[in-house]
Design a protein around this ligand. Structure first.
Ligand code: ADP
Ligand code: MG
Length: 151
């Protein structure tokens, strides 16, 4: 499976890359974010929101699990860290199949509920402000998206 790797030197660069991705997103796209606490999942989402022309500041939705924002497209921002049961149905499907873009932090915790086709992005600490990002597209739509993003 083709993977794409890049390195960022600070949070601005991570957010900027997410903003570039945002420009290519379409309704129904699903982005799964994986990485330790502080890896940059929310920072990435903030950049993506700016790229979607969302005016409100995106904050970590830890306590609400799902937050919805409105820009060029709706953004459904999920942080499933506190979901207690991987099969708990919080109506995720309606978001995945909705008119917006879904971003899921800690996505593997609801693996069984995720759509098979998605773009997974792994973030790794490489130092105080350095991060490695690995993009893994699953499905034709996301393979094309990555090709365009890295062309
Ligand atoms: P997560 O949502 O994965 O727990 P956050 O985005 O909330 O992570 O936090 C990441 C923290 O690391 C922020 O304080 C951010 O400013 C900082 N940071 C430093 N360098 C980077 C980078 N290259 N990419 C993303 N965040 C970075
Ligand atoms: Mg977070």
């Amino acid at each position: 499976m083709k993977q794409y790797e890049l390195h960022t030197i600070d949070s601005e660069e991570t957010a900027h890359f997410a903003g570039k991705l945002a420009g290519l997103l379409k309704p129904g796209d699903v982005i799964a974010l994986e990485g330790d606490l502080g890896a940059g999942k929310t920072t990435f989402t903030k950049g993506l929101a700016i790229g979607l022309e969302i005016k409100k500041t995106v904050n970590s939705p830890t306590f609400t699990i799902i937050k919805e924002y409105h820009g060029r497209l709706p953004l459904y921002h999920m942080d499933v860290y506190r979901v207690e049961d991987a099969f708990e149905d919080l109506g995720f499907d309606e978001y995945f199949e909705g008119e917006g873009v879904t971003v899921v932090e800690w996505a593997h915790l609801i693996e069984e509920q995720l759509p098979a086709e998605r773009l997974t992005i792994f973030l790794y600490h490489e130092g105080e402000e350095k991060r490695k990002m690995v993009l893994v597209p699953q499905g034709e739509r996301y393979e094309q998206l990555c090709k365009e993003l890295f062309s």
